[in-house]
Design a protein around this ligand. Structure first.
Ligand code: CA
Length: 651
């Protein structure tokens, strides 16, 4: 009986797992005393993480999201208060931004959650109900404050720096008092947001630090138990030690030096750790990451463009996967913890800012406008005409949420818990980056048998790939010049591949990468050596090597290659060349000899990497042999490089 029962249970469990989607499979297993949690993702345990390490989430848009009809679900598929879902997932502190007056002259919200004081109080109350702390992020602006803008609130326009400092003291005190009256006590207050380039309309370090000192005094005078944080960004380029030095000499009293850290923009973890460690050691401050995040997909889900997507110019140290998010968050927490006792915590930015419901962009846009659930409404144009006024819309961060577009949690949300225990799962391929190949037209072409894959534990390995069998590589290489897409399968994932069919080049070593003196004949016609194969990518048109020339007295040489066995027909030849100081009497031309006829195309050299591209078209050839070359004659001091000779059939 017992045995049957076990078997039955196994069958039921199997059926359940098979029938359920990924969200159900990601349900957390109970934490074990020893060893990592068995889970659906891989998380390396963060060793020696203090019990009170802050694992935070910025959910400033939550009320606007809820008003727009967004619903959130727990790992059992039940609709649930987001705050409870976060708390159950290991989040112990909630960050909320505070704008002074995010409304236009008719009382319409600017968006981005319309984060006024009432919003902060309501979110703070709900965080506290779920035993989470509150970090209030004072922007001291009516809308977004970041390195690109630090606008003063409307009501503070025209105030002198001294008056503004008084105003900041009064406003901070009043805000904290209203929170207290509503039963909300922040654990931490952030005085300004990403203030590298200013604060509240002030730009000079003197004025900014005076405002900070005033804000800090207000918090200290109100409640010395509240931690005070300053917040900067761009750890990859800013000098945090220098910033902390100026804060110290300005007499700004604070406890926590906080930074944003988005790996796609902000450099390496090693640099982050160094920046934070230096401030912690030299100035005795706590340090933390106040904002971080990572995409689980490149796809947009609300019709409003995302900050990070496919094809942007940014670093990509993790795949855009749920597993990638988990690795990123755990790595950032590990980095802050590695600073030592000063490492205070890490906050994930807007994990719940997903698409609002709607069947069309128009329906969603109406909600962004009405409830402020987009990054900006059109009404913000009155305050911020150049940015919000032009580009207002929905969520730019939905692909970096820790919830799917329907509000179901991604297992990456459990990273907050898993990083204390570690989590393990079956080792498998997590991501395969798109493959880019080049095929020389009409030349034999093969597809690679293996390609690199990122595994879910972060390791990299080569995996076998099964390419679409209907594609014949040689047929592909016979097509017209251009890019072609094909797909394959590897490690259970679809592989996307782009093959760039480039012009057939009948010349050998056409880019000089092989430095092949068997095929290239170089004849120096004036005294002294004047040419060499130069390995220097900056001076090469492609690859690293080019044919370089220079001589103090004079330059005169030819370089040529003869190709035999050509089919009768018409051909095209060309060359890339750059250089300068060739003198007024310089003679520079590409030449072709075919069927005893000589063809020439002259060109000019006008400066470094101003590539000249002489072309000779429609060269008839019956006897199967063509010589392609260049004649270069310059004054003394003439210099340059020749690269990428081309001979191919003229279609
Ligand atoms: Ca979006």
């Amino acid at each position: 009986m017992k045995r049957i029962a076990v078997l039955l249970a196994s069958v039921l469990l199997l059926g359940l797992l098979t029938a359920c989607g990924s969200a159900e499979q990601t349900a957390a297993q109970p934490e074990e005393e020893t060893g990592p949690t068995q889970a659906g993702i891989w998380v390396e345990k963060v060793e020696n993480l203090p019990e009170n390490f802050l694992l935070g989430a910025d959910v400033s848009t939550l009320l606007a999201q809820e008003a727009s009809g967004v619903r959130y679900y727990d790992f059992d598929g039940q609709e649930q208060d987001l705050m409870k879902i976060l708390a159950d997932s290991g989040v112990n502190c909630v960050r909320v931004r505070l704008w002074v007056d995010p409304y236009d002259s008719q009382g319409r919200g600017y968006g981005g959650g319309n984060c006024d004081l009432d919003t902060v109080i309501e979110l703070g109350r709900r965080a506290q109900e779920n035993d989470m702390g509150l970090l209030v992020d004072f922007h001291y602006s009516d809308f977004w404050a970041d390195p690109g803008k630090q606008m003063a609130p409307k009501a503070w326009k025209g105030l002198s720096p001294e008056e503004k400092a008084e105003q900041i003291y009064a406003y901070t005190t009043e805000s904290l008092q209203k929170m207290k009256d509503a039963g909300v006590t922040p654990r931490m207050v952030q005085i300004g947001n990403e203030i590298n380039n200013g604060l509240s309309g002030e730009k000079s370090t003197l004025n900014v630090n005076n405002l900070l000192a005033s804000a800090s005094r207000a918090v200290r005078d109100f409640d010395p138990g509240i931690l005070i944080a300053v917040h900067y960004t761009n750890p990859e380029s800013a000098n945090y030690s220098n910033i902390a030095y100026k804060l110290a000499t300005s007499g700004v009293d604070y406890d926590v030096f906080a930074t944003s850290y988005y790996p796609f923009w902000h450099g390496t973890l090693e640099n982050l750790r160094e920046q934070l460690s230096t401030v912690a050691e030299k100035y005795g401050k706590r340090v933390m990451v106040a904002e971080t995040s990572w995409p689980y997909t490149a796809e947009d889900s609300d019709g409003s463009g995302n900050s990070i997507g496919e094809g942007g110019v940014y670093a990509k140290p993790y795949p855009f996967t749920v597993q990638g998010q988990a690795r990123e968050l755990a790595d950032v927490a590990r980095t802050v913890a590695a600073v030592g006792e000063a490492g205070l915590g890490v906050f994930y930015w807007e994990p719940a800012w997903i698409a609002v419901p709607g069947d069309s962009w128009e329906e969603r846009s109406a909600k962004w406008e009405q409830f402020g659930s987009g990054w900006a409404s059109s009404f913000a144009g009155e305050y911020d005409p150049d940015d919000a006024g032009r580009y207002y819309g929905g969520s730019s961060w939905d692909n970096q949420a820790l919830f799917d577009p329907q509000g179901r949690p991604l297992e990456s949300l459990l990273t907050f818990r898993y990083l204390r225990t570690g989590a393990e799962t079956e080792l498998k391929v997590d991501s395969i980056e798109p493959v880019f190949l080049t095929a020389k037209r009409n030349q034999p072409f093969t597809l690679p048998e293996t390609i690199p894959a990122v595994m879910n534990d972060g390791s990299e390995t080569q995996v076998e790939v099964n390419w679409d069998a209907s594609v014949d590589p040689d047929e592909l290489a016979s097509r017209a010049v251009g890019k072609y897409e094909l797909s394959g399968e590897a490690g259970g994932q679809t592989v996307r591949c782009t093959v760039d069919v480039v012009e057939e080049n009948l010349l050998s070593d056409f880019s000089f990468e092989e430095q092949n003196t068997q095929v290239w004949t170089i004849t120096e016609l004036s005294a002294g050596p004047q040419t060499d194969f130069q390995v220097k990518a900056m001076d090469a048109f492609s690859g690293e090597t080019s044919l370089h020339f220079w001589h103090a007295n004079a330059v005169e040489f030819t370089v040529e290659q003869t190709v035999t066995g050509l089919a009768p027909g018409k051909y095209r030849a060309s060359l890339q060349a750059q250089g300068g100081d060739v003198g007024e009497d310089a003679v520079l031309y590409l030449y072709v000899i075919s069927d005893g006829e000589r063809y020439e195309q002259s060109f000019q050299l006008t400066g470094w990497v101003n590539w000249a591209n002489p072309v000779i078209e429609g060269i008839p050839c019956q006897n199967g042999e063509i010589t392609v070359g260049a004649y270069i004659k310059t004054a003394g001091g003439g210099w340059g490089t020749l690269d990428d000779f081309l001979l191919n059939p003229a279609d």
